[in-house]
Write a protein that binds this ligand. Structure first.
Ligand code: MG
Ligand code: MG
Length: 255
């Protein structure tokens, strides 16, 4: 993990206000796309709807064209962890589908993800979704100015492992602002390696636990984007953009 204190770009309250405006638009996109998730829909249709909503709001999709990624949303089904490329694949009853969206408004990024159930899903899948969502909430609850960043990974790992799940270590959360990915990296696992920055007022990060039913190991598919669990077990992903303010923590992408 590379990090230097100088490279963390703390935001002013005015800049956080701007990021909150980006996040507000992203929340509206998520509300709408959540209603579109259904058996028979293709992941490509969902991504096209996302892109249209982002552009109609006068914003720019953060992901489209990012290192060549071809769509406005990453859509990852079942054993796909993150970075799924939208395709003609039709969602089926019982699938879980992770939708990850970023947008730029007025030069500022917001980034969020949610894993949705397609119709009725298995009790095991429900449990995975519930626990992963709780991991994100526990991580957010651990954020506080003056604490070290590693409280996030510790909170996620304890909760996930306590339920017999594993936490993906290969991919991490990140600082966010004028760039989609800024310092610091935000691991979702217990990580004692230094540096372990102290969180300060003005820090804005995307916290994004990825939790697997089976092994924590992941592999990248032949499309060179889609990250898949090595044992093909289910994976869930939830993400919020979170700002540390003077006396509190603002979850900018809260729906
Ligand atoms: Mg994201
Ligand atoms: Mg992110």
């Amino acid at each position: 993990m590379s990090w230097s204190k100088q490279r963390i770009k703390l935001k002013t309250p005015e800049q956080i206000e701007k990021m909150a405006a980006s996040a507000e638009t992203l929340v509206a996109v998520f509300r709408a796309v959540g209603d579109l998730v259904a058996a028979g829909k293709t992941t490509e249709e969902l991504a096209a709807a996302v892109e249209a909503m982002i552009r109609d709001a006068g914003c720019i999709p953060s992901f489209k064209g990012y290192n060549g990624f071809p769509a406005a949303a990453c859509i990852s089904v079942n054993e796909e962890v993150v970075h799924g490329i939208p395709s003609a694949r039709k969602l089926q009853e019982g699938d879980i589908v992770g939708i990850d969206i970023g947008l730029i408004k007025d030069g500022w990024h917001a980034d969020s993800a949610e894993t949705f159930a397609v119709g009725e899903i298995s009790p095991e899948a429900k449990q995975l979704l519930r626990v992963t969502r709780e991991c994100l909430e526990l991580a957010i609850a651990a954020v506080q100015a003056g604490r070290r960043l590693s409280v996030i990974g510790t909170a996620v790992e304890e909760h996930a492992m306590g339920h017999g799940f594993s936490v993906v270590e290969k991919l991490v959360g990140h600082g966010i602002g004028r760039d989609l990915h800024e310092d610091p990296q935000v691991p979702n696992y217990r990580c004692f390696s230094s540096p372990d920055p102290v969180m300060e007022m003005g820090l804005v990060i995307a916290i994004e636990p990825m939790v697997n039913q089976g092994t924590k190991r992941v592999v990248t598919a032949e499309d060179r984007w889609t990250v898949v669990t090595a044992d093909k077990s289910l994976s869930a992903h939830f993400e919020h953009t979170v700002a540390v303010t003077a006396d509190s923590v603002q979850v900018l992408t809260r729906r």
